[in-house]
Design a protein around this ligand. Structure first.
Ligand code: ASP
Ligand code: MG
Length: 425
């Protein structure tokens, strides 16, 4: 029975979470097991912040760098049984490399992003491997860049499946044959030239699916801090219910609209092989999981709400009251793609075109710079995109009535509202 377990960074944020991960791994230690980890807590955000401070030559860089370093060192010191001196030495070395990377010129911003942001997973992998080894588990650390082969589309790289399969049989399978528990990093890959790439934010789930599907794993489990897959974020919506069984199709729809519980690319490789994905509770490991599989089930039709906060809406209108037609749209789409802006929602009228995307000032500025000679551009930020699957009028009314809504789109199964929603109650 081959298992692939993915542990998200939010679970590994403190000693209590790490000990829970250790106990889950221990339970399955006698059979082939691959553990995929992501960066601890909010490390990836912190690294993105370091990168932007470095690019802007901001003097806060050093302080923020030391604070991320202390966070990791303090965490190590709180872990029982590990050889603290040795592990801290290794982690300090990694931080020195990070510092060097931050102080290099950024000839290619996106390549620089991957080189820096990937430190989160590398640190986490090292710390988790040390903690598991201290428990006398026979662990092998396998750097993800040795197995996950990608193209060079930095920050959102595509997998080179053939090469990845080869790498898995050369580097990973022998470790499993030797009875090792393999620990690797999510989110990271490398291109043909050996440069580090990343698979897109929250991409560790995808790593687990890539490895699981190539190995035809019997169990692929994403461990979460919620009871399983939920109909809405239980922190925001008190009526959220657990989904016991949903189809690949419904899961893809949910992730497409921004359900952050699993990365959107995760499902496709599993669907190709007909493998079931399990989403299990980290805190109740023996409770029934949510299953995502081929089967269509009643749970597909349960109303679901997905909230995507921090959205920006940009509206383009032509400078001479031209219609917005293919030629204009072509320029807009090209610029969006060049600046790696992913569209969450779009709409057009005769003379204007609107797109909604995740707030990102740097990208937005670059886009506006490029297109402002062709279009009048207006924007709103601080918006939330609410998506309702299998909605009914009552639900729509409950959440959107009397709210400031800027844009609505509906079809038979899905309704989307972009506007200002206070979800804190
Ligand atoms: N650490 C990465 C991120 O926060 C990848 C992941 O968590 O899956 O985006
Ligand atoms: Mg994460």
């Amino acid at each position: 029975m081959i298992r692939v377990f993915k542990f998200g960074g939010a679970l590994l944020n403190d000693a209590k979470g790490i000990e829970r991960m250790v106990s889950i791994v221990e339970e399955f230690k006698c059979e082939p097991l691959i553990v995929v980890v992501s960066a601890i807590g909010k490390t990836t955000n912190a690294l993105e912040n370091l990168l932007s401070l470095a690019v802007n030559k901001d003097e806060k860089l050093a302080t923020e760098y030391f604070s991320l370093k202390s966070f990791h060192i303090n965490l190590i010191q709180s872990l029982p049984f590990v050889n603290h001196t040795k592990l801290i030495d290794e982690v300090e070395n990694l931080f020195r490399n990070l510092w060097d990377a931050l102080n290099q010129p950024f000839d290619n911003y996106f390549a620089g992003y991957d080189a820096i942001v990937s430190f989160g997973e590398i640190l986490s992998g090292k710390i988790m491997a040390a903690r598991l080894s201290a428990k006398k588990l026979i662990v092998a650390e396998l750097p993800a860049e040795k197995i996950i082969a990608t193209n060079s589309n930095h920050t959102d790289a595509s997998v080179n499946w053939q090469q990845t399969e080869k790498n898995i049989s050369t580097h990973l399978i022998p470790l499993l044959h030797n009875g090792k528990i393999v620990i690797t990093q999510g989110f990271i890959g490398s291109d043909n030239d050996g440069n580090i790439t990343t698979l897109g934010r929250e991409g560790s789930d995808y790593t687990a699916a890539i490895i699981g599907s190539i190995l035809n794993a019997n169990e692929i489990v994403i461990w979460k801090d919620v009871p399983g897959l939920m109909s809405a974020d239980p922190k925001l919506f008190k009526d959220a219910v657990k989904l016991n069984n949903i189809s690949y199709h419904e899961a893809i729809e949910l992730t497409f609209y921004g359900a952050s519980v699993i990365h959107p690319k995760t499902i496709q490789p599993l669907q190709k092989k007909g493998l079931t994905l399990q989403v299990r509770s980290f805190w109740e490991p023996h409770a029934a999981p949510s299953l995502i599989s081929e089967n269509r089930s009643e749970d597909d039709k349960i109303p679901k709400i997905i909230a995507k906060p921090n959205q920006t809406l940009l509206s383009f209108s032509s400078r001479n009251m031209d219609f917005i037609e293919e030629e204009n749209l072509f320029h807009i789409f090209k610029a969006l793609s060049r600046h790696k802006i992913h569209i969450n929602l779009m709409q057009n009228s005769a003379v204007s075109f609107s797109v909604c995307f995740d707030q990102n000032q740097k990208k937005q500025k670059a886009l506006v710079n490029e297109l402002s000679n062709m279009f009048f551009i207006k924007y709103n930020s601080g918006l939330t995109l609410l998506t309702f699957r299998y909605y009914n009028n009552e639900i729509l009314k409950q959440f959107t009535d009397k709210k400031k809504v800027l844009l609505v789109q509906k079809n038979r199964t899905t309704a989307q509202f972009l506007g200002f929603f206070d979800l804190s109650n």
